[in-house]
Design a binder for this molecule. Structure first.
Ligand code: SAH
Length: 557
């Protein structure tokens, strides 16, 4: 049986030995021949065995390199064809396959081939710039040696229009100097002049150089054969000289930005993602990204056409799609691509601490701010939870405040749940409830924290079943701490003090809140903290839980 050799097509990454894969090193060491462009062979020289034959050729000799590699492999040799970065990204992998295919190669009958992946410049350069490629991105080579400039320009335009992060490979050489100038001109038709741009020269090589600039100034810097130019999308921003493209996590926010209220399982719910495509109907719901939807429309038409005309080549299809996109574009002049960052604004509203009645104006304001796309939901916390997709949360809060609503953030915050003070007949406690709301309402806590406030000893709004219960009785206050409000082992709070003087109550509760806030573990509810700490503000813990054994039943069981 004739001994067939093996072809390795190796991407060796950006250039230093730490960023080359183990498999690539193995392949280089197993090979009888290494074939590559001179500069690259020099870069990996120290990884190659001294008796390995090296064929290094000039830059434009890729075809002869691939042919020689195939010839040697067919003669039974193990041959490594090397590319910098990834060999499948403007590298040698495609060419090697093309040469093989010319010769009628098939996997079953021909020489064995293994393409070994490497870190491409888009990834190595991105890592040095921060995190610019966090969202949809593309690579475009500005080299027009093998690709008509017209096509490159159209791809630049399509990418600019579709708001891709763009990594420009081969941006400029001694002779090709105008391509990058023209590219900048096209990009400026769609992206702000301030769009962050990163220039990385010789990533992970001796002469590494990193420049952070922007679209309007990028040409004032050195751009050459060894540079990759990374253009941000319309949301990319600079922070401490790093380029960051947000992934979109901040699309769900609440009144206070400290902590995201949505739990992981809630984040994926349909109502939390109004911009997503409807799973069942396939309809694009978000209407506010006009240019992108124009692009989508063209794309869909093209797909239909493709089905109708199976003989049309993909190149012609791409050109036709692009010409349509550009046709649409002409009428709308040069507006920048701008992705509005629509977020779900979450907050809770109530008509008042003691007041439980909504006015018609309040109801109308709610309907107006919630609109077609938002939701409102009544909760056990004496408030209505609003979730509103918006780009202008400040306008919403202004309107709600104007309608005299009390606004609170949602999540693990202090909520004051007062009774209606017998419809305003028992008013004695109201000022203290309001003061507590003013002072503590909405405060971020380790866990949900409800303060129940009742205006008489009947405590009919069940203040004693809240984390902290306050009952106004005969001009003074009784205090309850550490109820377990839910579950089959639910129990009321422990009565810790009776007859607190009115002017002392706000301070006493504030101190409990503060101690718990400082010392509780994340997610540890007040009753658990009280049990663990044994004391809170001098009050000693007593077990209030039911005295019978009861099998635990976690959520949902
Ligand atoms: N196969 C390579 C790309 C070869 S095309 C890869 O996947 O990375 C050559 C272009 O790649 C250069 O003009 C430059 O734009 C980019 N490039 C390759 N190595 C680079 C490096 N170390 N630093 C910056 N850019 C690099």
């Amino acid at each position: 049986m004739s001994q067939l050799g093996k072809l390795y097509v190796v991407g060796f990454g950006p250039g230093d030995f730490k960023h080359i894969t183990t498999r690539a090193v193995e392949a280089l060491q197993e090979s009888d021949f290494i074939i590559g462009y001179k500069t690259y062979v020099e870069l990996i020289q120290d990884l190659i065995d001294s008796n390995t034959a090296v064929i290094s050729t000039g830059m434009t000799e890729e075809v002869s390199r691939a042919q020689e590699a195939v010839r040697q492999a067919e003669n039974g040799k193990k041959v490594a064809v090397i590319s910098s970065g990834d060999s499948g990204v403007y590298g040698m992998a495609g060419l090697v396959y093309e040469v093989l295919i010319e010769k009628g190669w098939t996997e079953a009958t021909g020489v064995e081939i293994e393409v070994i992946p490497g870190i491409s410049a888009i990834n190595s350069c991105a890592s040095l710039l921060g995190a610019p490629v966090m969202h949809d991105s593309c690579t475009i080579s500005l080299s027009d040696h093998l690709t008509p400039w017209d096509l490159i320009a159209k791809r630049v335009e399509a990418a600019a229009m579709a708001d891709f992060v763009i990594a420009l490979y081969n941006p400029r050489s001694g002779r090709r100097t105008r391509q990058i100038v023209e590219t900048q001109r096209i990009l400026l038709q769609y992206r702000s002049p301030e769009t962050p741009v990163g220039l990385v020269k010789s990533a992970y090589r001796d002469r590494q150089n990193i420049i952070i600039t922007n679209l309007k100034d990028m040409l004032n810097h050195d751009i050459g054969m060894l540079t990759t130019v990374v253009i941000g999308n319309s949301s990319t921003f600079l922070y401490d000289n790093k380029m960051i493209t947000p992934r979109g996590y901040q699309r769900k926010y609440t009144l206070n930005a400290d902590k995201q209220p949505l739990k992981p399982h809630q984040r994926l719910k349909e109502e939390a993602e109004p911009w997503a495509m409807d799973q069942e109907t396939g309809i694009q719901r978000s209407q506010n990204i006009d240019q992108v939807s124009v692009f989508k429309k063209v794309e869909q038409e093209t797909v239909v056409k493709a089905a109708a005309k199976p003989t049309m080549g993909s190149y012609q299809l791409a050109l036709e799609a692009l010409s349509r996109v550009i046709g649409e574009q002409e009428s709308s002049a040069t507006t920048y691509v701008h992705q509005e960052m629509e977020s779900i604004f979450e907050l809770a509203v109530s008509p008042g601490v003691a007041n439980k009645r909504f006015t018609p104006k309040q109801m109308m304001t709610l309907a107006e701010v919630v609109g077609e796309k938002g939701t409102m939901e009544y909760t056990p916390n004496h408030n209505i939870l609003l979730k509103i997709p918006t780009t202008t949360p400040d306008m919403i809060t202004a309107k709600l405040q104007d309608a005299n609503f009390i606004l609170s953030p949602v999540g693990d915050v202090v909520t004051i749940k007062a009774c209606d003070f017998c419809d305003g007949e028992k008013t004695g406690g109201i000022p203290y409830a309001e003061e507590l709301q003013e002072k503590l309402g909405g405060l971020q806590m380790p866990k949900e924290f409800n303060i129940g406030f009742n205006g008489c000893g009947m405590a009919c709004y069940k203040a004693v079943m809240e984390d902290v219960g306050i009952v106004y009785r005969k001009g003074k206050f009784d205090l309850f701490v550490g109820a377990k409000p839910v579950g089959r082992t639910a129990h009321p709070g422990q009565p810790v003090a009776e007859g607190i003087e009115p002017e002392k109550i706000v301070e006493a509760v504030s101190k409990i809140v503060e101690e718990y806030r400082q010392n509780a573990h994340p997610n540890e509810r007040l009753f658990k903290y009280f049990k663990r700490a044994k004391k809170i503000q001098g009050y000693t813990y007593q077990d209030m839980s039911p005295k019978i054994e009861i099998e635990p039943a976690p959520c949902g069981d």
